[in-house]
Write a protein that binds this ligand. Structure first.
Ligand SMILES: [Zn+2]
Length: 923
């Protein structure tokens, strides 16, 4: 059997059909910072280990020589769960076999739920070196395998048991089990051989883009997290990493970093940059199990903060500027939450701490709040109230939560900016030493992709107004229908990058799906760093993708495609700035219901499927930025601050188009009617929305079903059927809820409910117009791909949902038609779920980055698992506007030229085949 076949079969049975994903119920408190985003994938249960599978081992060589003790351990130390440990033999002479032990005894009765079981053997203590061991496995008294393992630099050797080869009638004497039962070195070598057999093995890898991952497990001697002491394994794994395009390390053995920094041998290609660290929140953290906690724990306004900040900056600069690599991304806090969570009281700390109350008052005054917003007559009585007080108080307290947290990193970011400015000046002067030779340094907190989930303490716009030198988030979402939301967050990154000059970086988790599309989406938005989170390797770090062949293959494919096309997207800009803005107001995140919050994200999806490119902006930009660059603004939320509303009123009066839905723009930050926009929308007043289904905020796992009887709040009235006309022609039965609109004189009804009430209006106001949709069109657009269609009579349900087939163009029209009327798409693929971005590189060359986000459900749901696969597309026609007289189009993926035709104001070409994505050069 070839190594490739071994790897392919080394999977649970259905991997060849598609990704197997845990479809856990969505849940968790919507706005909690603890929202789970980093749960490891559920592993497949292995068969039981037969009791008559035994193991013995002996030490052939170790220094210092003498009697030896062989210990074993597995689990924990970064691999998840507890550490299990025991002794295989003690007081053994060199060459003397340990007693035989059943392998099952090492599990201590636990059922292993892993495909590979990594067992670490150590000899004596941390002083051990030059270890060579032999292992012998027997089944029913017959030896099935003997092999050696070496730890030249220490007393540690790793062994891999292929658990996935046991069970289903297959025992340890099966050739597949025997072949894969080896030491770590052979295991790593098999993976490398398989990687090198892939079609993506050859070809360039990115040289400018920093691609980072982990390379752990090696250690001298014996100790925590050390899984082997063999540099040869490190070298093998480094070659795998190069195949994945990795050119920088997050963590690696000291000797590799040294070689990399010196540009020596095989490690030289791992020195494009690295991820290092800077200190976290400059406050002590409260710990329940500790007596004498510092009274300033978690207080951003404590008396010791200034000193702690200064010390943090000093050490962060000293450490990071001395790294001999071109650029350093210094992580402050992983999956960062609120600073107040480090206090004993949690976020409520701000309500009781006199320092914080005082700081809040002056902060609120600077923001233009009044005591009346807090139900008070004067400032002396004002304090932050996260809940229970007037709604405006909640809005301010939660905004303060963000600002106080972000403010902890303001000075660090400024210090790094200063260091980078010094380097820039030094380079300009042509210096060969000093700051010119130091690395570019970027401090960043790792953000969960909470913008796409239920929300978070820390906003994605406000946070970067104060903190960090780089915008970095992680892709985590398992819901295959919403993987394209990563483009939404990358678009936020693109806008923040444009406004602040901070570079964009993305942690892509290949085992969470769509690594090719996610990587392309990021580089199409100017990302300068990708972190394949994480290679691990698997025997060193949990939640890794290195044991997942499909994820490895797609990651290699992404690296291959990125390498082939780097000159087209590196430092490139969008050829056409978006003419449509979308806003998901922070105010609505705090005060609005869950339906409007989810609706907002699906409005993005519908616009993306109509190929309308957008700038996500926030309520602050809405109030302060020049909005005239946008022909339409989509405000997706029920609540909007009055200042932002006033700017929107001016924008429409001067000729802009406003679109809103889902009880949109009904209330202000005090939860009072938003009167400033009532006339703009042409409504006589706003009732409360009527809800029929309990929509949940997305929680990084499965997309919520719309067919769960427990979530039904009320039956959908027969009279709720929606029928539109004109640009929004279409008719369907809604599922979520509605607001019967009360149009004022002059407003026109574009859609009605069957009972005669108005479902959508357009109103002329000044030189512009405003659309109001009296239902949740984003959610209704998503309704067709959330659940498999029910069986009709005796007929089996059709396979699906299928994103290339099941989205309804008519439903999309209620969202996209107004935008399309004022902004023709720049890139218009013939398939809605294919996204295209037109770039122009510094040499003036155009290219289209294409991402195919269409997945489909391939089988019936089984015990909470969904089997899904990419929909590979044929003959996708791409229309490109604004790239000048295009004569030639060349696909990087297909390595061939495609015929180009002129069509109207653009050029078209047809891709005969589109897998996950492509980059097409235009000339
Ligand atoms: Zn405090």
């Amino acid at each position: 059997m070839t190594t490739r076949a071994i790897w392919r079969l080394g999977l649970w049975a259905n991997v060849l059909l598609g990704v197997v994903l845990a479809a856990l119920p969505a849940g968790g408190a919507p706005a909690a910072d603890t929202a789970q985003v980093d749960k490891p994938d559920e592993l497949v249960r292995s068969g039981n280990i037969p009791p008559d599978l035994t193991l013995r081992a002996r030490v052939l060589e170790v220094a210092p020589a003498g009697r030896v003790q062989i210990d074993w351990r597995w689990g924990g130390e970064g691999l998840g769960g507890s550490v299990y440990r025991g002794v295989l033999g003690r007081g053994l002479a060199l060459g003397e076999w340990s007693p035989s032990a059943p392998l099952a005894a090492l599990t201590r009765g636990r059922t292993l739920k892993q495909r590979w079981w990594y067992v670490t053997f150590t000899v004596n203590d941390n002083a051990s070196r030059r270890l060579r061991m032999e292992f012998e496995f027997s089944y029913r008294g017959k030896v099935i395998k003997t092999f050696q393992g070496a730890g030249p630099d220490g007393g540690t050797v790793g062994v891999v048991v292929p658990m996935h080869r046991l069970g289903a009638g297959q025992g340890p004497d099966h050739a597949d089990f025997v072949a894969e039962l080896t030491g770590l070195r052979e295991y790593a070598q098999r993976r490398l051989d398989w990687m090198e057999s892939l079609p993506w093995a050859k070809g360039p890898r990115p040289k400018e883009l920093l691609i980072v991952s982990n390379l752990g497990g090696y250690g001298e001697g014996v100790g925590y997290g050390k899984r082997h002491g063999d540099r040869a394994i490190v070298e093998i794994e480094a070659r795998v990493l190069r195949g994945l395009g990795v050119n920088g390390l997050r963590s690696g053995p000291a000797f590799v970093r040294e070689l990399a920094h010196k540009g020596a041998s095989w490690a030289a290609e791992l020195n494009r940059g690295e991820i290092s660290h800077a200190s976290g929140y400059p406050v002590p953290a409260y710990r329940k199990d500790r007596r004498n906690n510092d009274p300033e724990c978690g207080c951003p306004f404590g008396g010791k903060v200034a000193r702690a900040k200064a010390e943090a900056i000093r050490s962060a600069l000293a450490e990071n500027l001395s790294i001999a690599t071109p650029e350093v991304w210094a992580l402050t806090v992983d999956e960062i939450g609120s600073v107040f969570d480090k206090s004993a009281e949690g976020k409520k700390h701000m309500e009781t701490c006199p320092r914080c109350v005082e700081a809040f008052r002056s902060w609120a005054q600077r923001r233009g709040a009044t005591p009346a917003d807090f139900g008070q007559g004067d400032w002396a009585a004002v304090k932050p109230m996260l809940a229970g007080g007037p709604k405006a108080a909640t809005y301010y307290a939660r905004t303060f939560n963000n600002d106080a947290s972000a403010g902890m990193f303001r000075e660090l970011a400024a210090a790094f900016d200063t260091a980078n400015a010094a380097k820039r000046e030094s380079l300009k002067r042509g210096e060969k030493g000093g700051p010119a030779t130091q690395p570019w340094v970027y401090s960043y907190a790792l953000r969960g992709n909470t913008f796409l989930m239920g929300g978070h303490s820390l906003d994605f716009f406000d946070f970067y107004r104060q903190a960090d030198n780089a915008f970095v988030y992680e892709t985590s979402n398992r819901g295959w229908q919403i993987w394209q939301w990563d483009s939404y967050l990358c678009d936020v990154g693109r806008v923040v990058t444009r406004e602040t000059g901070k570079p964009l970086g993305v942690y892509v988790k290949p085992h969470r799906g769509a690594p090719v599309q996610r990587a392309l989406s990021a580089v199409a938005r100017g990302a300068r760093m990708l972190y394949w989170y994480t290679y691990g390797p698997d025997y060193h770090k949990g939640d890794s993708f290195s044991e997942n062949p499909q994820a490895l293959e797609l990651t290699a494919k992404a690296a291959w495609l990125l390498g082939k096309s780097e000159d087209l997207w590196w430092n490139a800009a969008w050829a056409q700035a978006p003419r449509v803005a979308i806003v998901k107001p922070r105010c609505s995140e705090f005060l609005g219901n869950d339906a409007q919050w989810e609706n907002a994200k699906w409005v993005y999806t519908a616009l993306a499927h109509a190929h309308v490119s957008v700038d996500p902006i926030d309520e602050v930009m809405l109030a302060t930025a020049d909005l005239s660059r946008y022909r339409a603004i989509y405000v997706n939320g029920s609540h909007l601050p009055r200042k932002a509303a006033a700017a929107v009123e001016r924008y429409v009066r001067e000729g802009g188009v406003l679109w809103t839905s889902g009880w949109g723009c009904a209330r202000d930050e005090a939860d009072e009617p938003l009167t400033a926009l009532q006339g703009v929308l042409g409504l006589e007043g706003r009732g409360e929305p009527e809800l029929w289904y309990a929509v949940k905020r997305y929680g990084a796992t499965a997309v919520q079903s719309f067919a769960d009887a427990k979530s039904v709040l009320a039956p959908v009235p027969a009279g709720a059927k929606i029928t539109g006309h004109g640009p929004c022609a279409g008719s369907f039965m809604p599922a979520v809820g509605r607001e019967a609109l009360k149009p004022a004189a002059g407003a026109e009804a574009l859609a009605k409910f069957a009972d005669g009430q108005v479902a959508m209006t357009v109103n002329r106001y000044g030189k512009g117009r405003a659309y109001t949709v009296g239902f949740y069109p984003g959610l209704e657009y998503s309704a067709t791909i959330r659940d498999a269609a029910p069986a009709a009579g005796d007929a089996p349900p059709p396979a699906g949902p299928d994103m290339s087939r099941d989205f309804d163009a008519a439903r999309r029209g209620f969202i996209a038609a107004p935008a399309l009327a004022v902004a023709a798409p720049t890139v218009e693929p013939s398939v809605p779920a294919v996204e295209g971005v037109l770039l122009k590189n510094p040499a003036g060359k155009h290219a289209v980055v294409l991402m195919n986000w269409a997945y489909r459900h391939t089988g019936a749901a089984d015990k909470g698992k969904a089997e899904i696969a990419l929909v590979e597309l044929k003959d996708v026609k791409i229309l490109v506007r604004g790239a000048g007289g295009v004569r030639r189009a060349t696909s990087a993926r297909l390595d061939r030229e495609l015929p180009v035709r002129r069509e109207g104001d653009g050029a078209t070409f047809t891709l005969p085949r589109l897998e996950e994505g492509d980059v097409v050069a235009l000339e």
